[in-house]
Design a binder for this molecule. Structure first.
Ligand code: NAD
Length: 479
């Protein structure tokens, strides 16, 4: 196999693209691949392009890069389209959040029961959902045999939408399930002897199977809770896998929530900053509090800024090596923040942990491996409809995707009290997007405990639809 043609849409998503580039360069079976980087932001695109080329050159990888701002060019004649684009960027999400807060919706109207993740908008994200469909339709037209691999959020809604509308090969990937390693580490287990399975929806997965050395491992978790949970504290806002909130969810549902699922609970854990601190730990109160999310945005901003500075330095000094830039700038500088990320990417012994490139390698080169993957259910979780995308473990090889049988099954409480309501909101968001029926958008808010009046609902929706970037969404909803 002489490599693959891989297109990355939204390639300016700094760390994500370079992780993929790093993995690709470290995968011998994908040597001679061609990567098309596509983004609408010229400067981000140019920066990723310069660094990717430099990186491949330094480690002697036989990978060719090209860049484009044209979606058709990126999609024509390709094998894999990885979508990591976010229309409007973090700036748009912040605008909607601020408008919402002005109208009494703490952390924004998109913060909803079982969906509190701060860059995961479903109702006010018309432009993002539209881009998903546009990319899928272009794949159908220009590269009908290509795979669509979605990384961008909202993943659950996006992959369900695309697989319902467009007959292409589509999957979604998230790295949330790796948080299971935090439990394995805390319990001091040998990862090779842990038999685990997770199942549910994206950001809504549950540890249905957890065995160690052939025995149920939940008693080991119980022991940890009894002896160590009291002294737990978070190392960063995202470090919540063993936070009091996770234990609280475990106590109610009977199995552990994994990864971003811990962020997606009810208002019991999210009412205000002090509530969040109590359940997710001080000082941040979790990733989705005003403090936790600012921390994340600041770190993303620094990395993006650092990437641009590093790319500029390489452009001006073509003889320089990335390794030489390790000590450039002071310790707190954006370059250093970016270089710390890049160093992990440059490490020849380590892959990023993102599943996209190993998935391509498994399919093309029969490098059989286990993934946690988002695909249409089609019977995998018996209580969920066939055309709803689930996140489940699957073996992938040259013959395709082979989902595992989910055993033991998910507890009835997880299905009925968690997955069903989450699925209902997904259906509401997709119907609102497809039909433009603004009453669905309103219904979401009538059911919201923060809503005190119909007037509040009317005014927040009106202000969001009045944003200049939402002109098309406004026409669609108010036609
Ligand atoms: P970002 O804003 O830093 O990067 C997104 C990129 O998309 C930008 O470079 C932007 O210019 C580009 N873009 C915007 N509109 C575009 C268009 N029409 N066509 C092509 N490119 C376009 O955002 P980020 O923080 O890197 O996040 C990107 C996405 O990935 C988000 O949806 C986020 O929620 C998601 N995400 C997914 C995972 C996962 O594991 N699946 C993890 C983290 C983030």
């Amino acid at each position: 196999m002489a490599g693959a043609k891989i297109s990355i849409i939204g390639a300016g998503s700094a760390v994500f693209s370079l992780r993929l580039v790093g993995d690709l360069c470290k995968t011998p079976g994908l040597s001679q691949s061609k990567v098309t980087l596509m983004d609408i932001d010229e400067q981000r695109l140019e920066s990723v392009y310069i660094i990717a080329q430099k990186y491949a050159e330094e480690i002697g990888a036989d990978v060719v890069f090209e860049k484009t701002r044209d979606l058709d060019c990126a999609i024509a004649d390709t094998d894999f389209v990885i979508n990591t684009a976010m229309v409007g960027g973090h700036g748009y999400l912040e605008k909607v959040r601020q408008i919402s807060e002005k109208h009494g919706y703490y952390r924004g109207i998109e913060a909803q029961e079982f969906n509190m993740v701060s860059d995961y908008y479903t109702f006010s994200n018309y432009n993002q959902l539209k881009l998903f469909v546009e990319i899928a339709r272009k794949i159908e037209e220009l590269s009908p045999n290509a795979w669509y691999i979605q990384a961008a959020n909202p993943l659950f809604e996006g992959v369900t939408l695309v697989t319902r509308l467009v007959p292409i090969k589509a999957v979604g990937f998230c790295h949330g399930h790796y948080a299971l390693n935090e439990i394995i580490e805390a319990l001091e287990l040998n990862p090779a002897e842990v038999d685990w399975q997770v199942a549910g929806f994206n950001h809504a997965i549950w540890l249905n199977r957890f065995r160690y050395q052939g025995r149920d491992a939940y008693p080991l978790l119980e022991k940890w809770i009894k002896e160590k949970a009291q002294s737990w504290s978070p190392k960063n806002p995202f470090n919540d896998q063993l936070a009091p909130v996770a234990i609280d969810m475990y106590r109610f549902y009977g199995v552990m929530p994994i990864g971003d699922t811990v962020r997606n609970t009810t208002w019991r854990h999210h009412r205000d900053l002090s509530t969040k601190k109590r359940w997710y730990g001080a000082p941040w109160g979790g990733a989705d509090s005003e403090l936790g999310w600012s921390w994340y945005q600041e770190s993303l901003r620094k990395i993006t800024e650092g990437m641009k500075t590093v790319a500029k330095l390489i452009k001006e000094n073509p003889g320089w090596k990335l390794q030489n830039l390790k000590n450039h700038g002071n310790k707190e500088s954006a370059e250093q923040r970016f270089m710390a990320e890049l160093e992990r990417i440059l490490d020849p012994e380590r892959k990023s942990g993102e599943q996209h490139i190993p998935f391509i390698d498994a399919l093309l080169n029969d490098n059989k491996a286990r993934f946690v993957i988002n695909i249409p259910n089609e019977g995998i979780i018996p209580e969920i409809p066939a055309n709803v995308v689930v996140e489940v473990p699957a073996i992938v090889d040259k013959s395709g995707i082979h989902p595992e049988k989910i055993t033991p099954p998910l507890p009835a409480r997880v299905i009925k009290y968690y997955l069903y309501p989450r699925m209902m909101r997904m259906e509401m968001a997709l119907e609102a997007f497809l039909t433009g029926d603004v009453r669905i958008f309103k219904e979401l808010l009538y059911r919201d405990p923060r809503t005190k009046s119909d007037e509040q609902v009317e005014s927040v929706i009106e202000e969001i639809l009045s944003l200049p970037e939402n002109a098309e969404m406004r026409r669609h909803f108010l036609k």
